[in-house]
Design a protein around this ligand. Structure first.
Ligand code: ADP
Length: 422
């Protein structure tokens, strides 16, 4: 998929998610308003029905009347002591229940025109208070029964809050997984691209020795050497040399397979890193001589013990040093330094090669990655060396990083835990 197309698809997905969020919020607000209306209507109906039922209860009405006549000032206390208050409360409660309203409520009996009633009337619109004239029960219209739902607002906010927080969390999770999927997708895409490059590389590397072998064997088959035994010897030598090259290539491919599976056996031992560096350097001696290069050492941590697989670590240095030689247009000037920093052993491998442009640096430890410049492809490789180096260093609880400036050079920095003296 083209990058621009991918970008637009992702943007579209984000827009859809945001639209989803907006729709969700709209629905929540709508549902709160709807619930509010349903609540109001249900309370009104429940109160009407309970007042009708209470009015029909003649003994209760008589008790209420008697209380009002006896002491209209302390009416509530009177009603409570005679048990009427509880009866009214229960009647309203059961009606509210039949409308699925199970909220706590308070009741008051207030005289018309009283200050208290006036104060509450101001709040009636907020849906916290509902009043009904007690005319039916008392036979006179001077009193109001007021019902208050103190937890109503909290109840609505709690319901809406759960819905809102739930939706936001789900949508956030959706966004995070989308980003995560995109990252995985990009990585897979990169690996697929690198694998394709690797296949091109491998077939190219195999082609040259194979055609040389075909040519030399053809010459022998057609007896083109005549009676010249030396020529025959040269053809045989060519075949054997190209065969060795093919063997090396197959070995590299086998190693590549091991890196792919990340299944190395580590035979860790206590050792000083300087010996392994020197061993790696001696393997690269011929390459270095071919390009008239030199290696300088600055070992400040000599004698410090690390616990590593010697063979793999020699390979690590062979890879770093052969890269430092391979990716250099000048005579390679390599500096290797070791020192202790924050109780870790630091190894720096610095070269004066072609450098790695900043935008490619984060990919160089990926499998099959090769910096895409025409020049680099003069140097042979499968883009596996640094992936292997990283695997080995990390398997020993170490880290590797790179700093590089194009056309100036590159520094690889390895940090390894040291063994503390007992
Ligand atoms: P290979 O050398 O087989 O291509 P590596 O994994 O060793 O694979 O390196 C990956 C890429 O990183 C190389 O193709 C090269 O572009 C870049 N690179 C590695 N080391 C250096 C270096 N010392 N100087 C410049 N470029 C480097």
């Amino acid at each position: 998929m083209k990058t621009v197309f991918r970008k637009y698809t992702f943007l579209l997905a984000m827009l859809i998610i945001l639209a989803l969020l907006a729709t969700q919020i709209k629905w929540i607000v709508y549902s709160i308003r709807f619930q509010d209306k349903v609540f109001e209507k249900s309370v009104e109906l429940a109160l009407n029905e309970s007042m009708t039922n209470l009015t029909a209860d003649k003994p209760l009405c008589n008790k209420v009347k008697a209380c009002v006549e006896c002491d209209s000032i302390r009416l509530k206390a009177q009603l409570t002591s005679t048990g009427v208050w509880q009866e009214i409360h229960d009647a309203i409660k059961s009606e509210l229940k039949s409308y699925d309203i199970d909220l706590e409520y308070e009741m008051y009996i207030l005289e018309n025109g009283s200050d208290e009633l006036k104060k509450l009337e101001a709040e009636f619109d907020k849906g916290l208070y509902y009043s009904r004239c007690m005319g039916g029960i008392l036979g006179q219209t001077g009193y109001q029964l007021v019902v208050e739902f103190p937890s109503r607002t909290r109840f609505f906010f709690a319901t809406a809050g759960y819905m809102f927080v739930g939706s936001v969390i789900l949508i956030l999770l959706l966004i995070i997984s989308l980003f995560y999927l995109l990252r995985i997708y990009n990585r897979e895409l990169r690996i697929a691209k690198h694998t394709k490059e690797l296949l091109n590389n491998v077939s190219h590397e195999f082609k040259t020795p194979l055609s040389s072998i075909a040519l030399a064997s053809n010459m022998i088959r057609k007896k083109r050497y005549g009676t010249d035994d030396e020529k025959l010897g040269n053809y045989a030598e060519l075949i054997s040399k190209e065969n060795r090259k093919l063997q090396n290539l197959v070995e590299s491919l086998l190693r590549l397979e091991a890196v792919e599976r990340n299944e190395f056996d580590y035979n860790r031992e206590n050792t000083t890193i300087e010996d392994l560096i020197k061993e790696g350097a001696s393997t690269c001696e011929m390459l270095l001589e071919e390009k008239f290069g030199q290696i300088k050492y600055d070992f400040q941590s000599e004698g410090t013990q690390v616990f590593v697989d010697k063979l793999h670590f020699v390979n690590v240095f062979v890879n770093l040093l052969s890269n430092a030689i391979k990716y250099s247009k000048r005579n390679p000037d390599i500096d290797i330094a070791t020192r202790i920093e924050n109780e870790n052993l630091v190894i720096l491998v610095k070269d004066n090669g072609i450098g790695i442009p900043a935008k490619f640096q984060k990919y160089i430890f990926d499998k099959y990655y090769r910096v895409p410049t025409g020049d680099v492809h003069d140097a042979k490789g499968f883009g596996i060396g640094l992936a292997y180096v990283k695997q080995i260093v990390e398997a020993h609880n170490g880290t590797i990083s790179v700093e590089s400036t194009s056309s100036e050079g590159t520094v690889f920095r390895i940090e390894l835990p040291v063994i503390k003296a007992q």
